[in-house]
Design a protein around this ligand. Structure first.
Ligand code: PRP
Length: 195
């Protein structure tokens, strides 16, 4: 439970802890069924799913999601960032790359929120080159209002068409609010007052 008084800067709770838990379990069940349909655990090349979380935002979602999946899952993480200057400003690159070889593996990329789509589009291109048996995308939130690159999401927790800044359950504003147990909108005044 959380108190009725919301933390400073928080406007409105969009998805409560209960709703998130329920949705994460539904996504886990979907992922597991699809995986079991596509490969038998008697198959000689059977290997656990590789679930790759995108840091930092996806760390809470990934840990809840994989614990709700009952087939073997190997977690790994990447972190990407964009160059702010130099020859390719805005271009994404790995700050931390996955340690797991993706060759012939079933890869599930786990994202907390898809916004412009640039991060997932970059990762899709990079991971295709590594010879994965399959690559699927799972996003807790599909926020569509600023989309620049179309990405085909296989699993979506919640669709959001508004343009508010979302925080909580891993999502931050200037590194704050990641530990909220719910997902909420940030008040525009909180953004203005920090700029
Ligand atoms: C956020 C979010 C996604 C990414 C999505 O990460 O966690 O990974 O942006 O944005 P896009 O669809 O526009 O590419 P951020 O770069 O803020 O880092 P963080 O996860 O450490 O908060």
């Amino acid at each position: 439970m959380y108190s009725k008084t919301l933390p400073t800067g928080i406007d409105k709770i969009l998805w409560s802890e209960t709703k998130i838990k329920r949705r994460v379990c539904e996504l886990a069940a979907e992922i597991e069924q699809d995986y079991l349909k596509s490969i038998s655990n008697k198959h000689p090349r059977y290997q656990p799913i590789v679930a790759i979380g995108i840091l930092k935002g996806a760390f809470i979602f990934l840990s809840d999601l994989i614990r709700a999946i009952s087939v073997p899952v190997e977690p790994d993480f990447v972190r990407v960032s964009s160059y702010s200057m130099g020859v390719n400003p805005g271009q994404l690159h790995f700050v931390h790359d996955a340690k797991t070889s993706l060759k012939e593996r079933h890869v599930l990329i786990v994202e907390d929120i898809v916004d412009t789509g640039l991060t997932l589009s970059f990762l899709a291109n990079e991971f295709k080159k590594r010879g994965a048996a399959s690559i699927k995308f799972c996003a807790l939130i599909d926020k569509t209002c600023r989309r620049e690159k179309e990405v085909q999401l296989d699993y979506v927790g919640f669709h959001y068409s508004g343009d508010a800044f979302l925080v909580g359950y891993g999502l931050d504003y200037e590194e704050k609010y990641r530990n909220l147990i719910y997902i909420a909108t940030l008040s525009p005044s909180a953004i203005q007052s920090s700029s």
